[in-house]
Design a protein around this ligand. Sequence first.
Ligand code: MN
Length: 227
Amino acid sequence: MSQYVIAPPSQAAIPVQGGGLFPVRRIFCVGRNYAEHAIEMGSDPTREPPFYFTKPADAVLTGGADMPYPPMTKQLHHEMELVVAIGKAGANIPVERALEHVWGYCAGLDMTRRDLQNEAKKTGRPWDMGKGFDHSAPMGPLRPAAGFDPSRGRIALKVNGAIRQESDLSKLIWSVPEVIANLSELVALAPGDLIMTGTPENVAAVQRGDLLEGVVEGVGEVHTRLV
Ligand code: MN
């Protein structure tokens, strides 16, 4: 008989292209990692050290499922991102070894209650309720890492068929290996960890009924409809 006094939570997971499930441990997100997005957020786009926030693992929304419009916001924003899935543990990982820790990649959306995030910024409070709410991380299927070079590739998001965000992974201020190396100095990375690498410019609000379709060239797609 189990020692747990309530049923343990089910394991959050992301489907893998071609079959299988990748169990999600933690979700780390990089803030302001494309210069044009840093500028639109009113920040200096210089190479200041990367910073991070997190979402709960069970914020993942997979399989193209509908996303319920979240409560307590009038300004739900999309942020289209490349997501890195860690397969091998490590701390203080050197940049040149960083990609050895990657199991795969997927296209993902860092959905944001921008009004709550802006209020938190203004008052010096945590971003958690602006970023880490239920279903706030729609994810496409994971592509195994072999054969993919995360230093370039088109990243784009359509809303209701019209292009909203479009950039290239080559414009990341901190590259995927640099982010892994830096984050692994702050926490020991473990298999199952996801890293959302930041969004390019032209984040904007979406409404109930909108269809979001994102793509990262060479990785795959993510889609969800707001309901
Ligand atoms: Mn983001």
